[in-house]
Design a protein around this ligand. Structure first.
Ligand SMILES: [Zn+2]
Length: 64
């Protein structure tokens, strides 16, 4: 399985907490509605930025 080194695109922190799993997002673009596949939502513990990943991604976690 693919492993990603997590890095927040905003503050470059590598710490994030799982905010939700198997989350589907719906949206609308122009006149089309869409629904995403199930996503894992991580929230940066430093700046609060939300990151979304599809289910195939796995993460390396580093605890202090
Ligand atoms: Zn951040």
């Amino acid at each position: 399985m693919e492993e990603k080194q997590l890095a927040c695109p905003v503050c470059q922190s590598n710490k994030a907490a799982i905010a939700g799993e198997n989350v589907k997002l719906s949206g609308k673009f122009e006149d089309k509605e869409f629904l995403t596949t199930e996503l894992t939502v991580l929230r940066c513990t430093k700046c609060g930025y939300y990151m979304f990943f599809d289910k195939m991604a796995s993460f390396t976690t580093k605890d202090e």
